[in-house]
Design a protein around this ligand. Sequence first.
Ligand code: ZN
Length: 204
Amino acid sequence: MRRIIPELMICAVCMVSCNTTGWTDEELSLIRGGGNSVMRVLSVDKQDDSLALRRTSCDIGVCDLQGKDYKILADRLVRTLKDCDEGVGLAGPQVGIARKIVVVQRFDKDGEPFEVYPNIRITAMRGDTEPGPEGCLSVPERSGYVQRSQDIDIQYYSIKDGKDTTETVKGFTAVIFQHECDHLDGILYIDKLCEEPEEDQLKQ
Ligand code: ZN
């Protein structure tokens, strides 16, 4: 996801529709290619990229999550996101890897770190949705408003703990998680646009 206006922002529905398999040759080529450089971010402006962005992502095998290639992928995703102007979130499909993995800048934590979440899904959304402006690193030079929940639960595989972990996330960071998890289902924010709200409807 790309930040559109300071303090407001963007990036959930996760369905398991494929079996978990080991890395494919194509995925390994993308992960290992280019050394430690940033990865190319796919764009809807290119036909092949646009089709790739519509794929449904699979989980990463637990054994693969302990391996060297996962570490390389996680590091390169963070590096790629940090290299993008105003980038606050990035999902595997955006670099051609149709796997459930996202990077999110945690604005709700001290130091606003960029963190990686493998095999993530949103397991609960609470309360009313609110409209907010969003942009996407894969949808150049556009922005629009989307209704998002401000209070969600995420479940992901914790590398540190070696097990699935559930966490509650609120506010703008919850919006980023929803935008990024949508990518894992081949959904883009432009599929969900709503009307721009009147000024007095926006919470600051
Ligand atoms: Zn996006």
